[in-house]
Design a protein around this ligand. Structure first.
Ligand SMILES: O=C(CO)[C@@H](O)[C@H](O)[C@H](O)COP(=O)(O)O
Ligand SMILES: [Fe+2]
Length: 189
């Protein structure tokens, strides 16, 4: 039968979507993700900050339906590397996605399975098209929360394993007060 349409409110200041399912990722949930493992350990032991929160409205995993979610990605660094989301391919790899930046400053790292990477800067109003097959990770390069909305097929799913194991071929770091995108020395092809 037909599903019931609905409208929900998104608070542009906080990124919170009413009635959404909230997910919290702390730094301790991201072991092995950052380049500087010593700095990671030190920060986890000191305060284990929240790196990001996701507010998601999700449907059953069926073709044709849509999910949407906001992410509130906090400012911070591990060593020189800016805070980022874990990043993933979609489990159904050919599923695309749209991101819409609402607040703060950051960017998206995208990567093909062959390791070709792109970094796209994002500020409020930026829409990013994530094509089929590209892994994607957002990075907060500012000093306030970076907030964005993502809209994705309900059957896209997440494949975190590949990125957890191999990482992205590029990293986003601060050098001499500037945002620099450079080759990841630990990238495994
Ligand atoms: O891309 C999507 C959904 O396909 C986003 O809603 C992310 O899930 C969110 O920004 C958290 O990032 P991850 O931890 O999932 O990489
Ligand atoms: Fe995604």
């Amino acid at each position: 039968m037909y599903k019931e349409p609905f409208g929900v409110k998104l608070d542009f200041e906080t990124g919170i979507i009413e009635n959404a399912k909230k997910l919290v990722r702390k730094l301790s949930d991201m072991k092995g993700y950052f380049l500087d493992e010593e700095a990671w350990k030190e920060l986890v032991e000191k305060e284990d900050p929240v790196v990001y929160e996701v507010y998601a409205i999700e449907q059953e995993e069926k073709e044709g339906d849509l999910n949407f979610a906001t992410t509130v990605l906090y400012p911070g660094k591990v060593g020189k590397e800016f805070f980022f989301t874990k990043g993933h391919y979609h489990a159904k790899a050919d599923r695309a996605e749209i991101y819409f930046a609402l607040k703060g400053k950051g960017g998206m790292l995208l990567q093909t399975p062959e390791g070709d990477a792109k970094f796209i800067e994002m500020e409020p109003g930026t829409i990013v098209y994530v094509p089929p097959y590209w892994a994607h990770r957002t990075v907060n390069t500012g000093n306030e929360p970076f907030i964005f909305l993502a809209i994705y097929p309900a059957d896209a799913g997440h494949d975190y394993g590949t990125i957890k194991e191999k990482g992205f071929s590029k990293i986003v770091v601060e050098e001499d007060g500037k945002v620099v995108v450079k080759d990841n020395p630990k990238w495994k092809e």
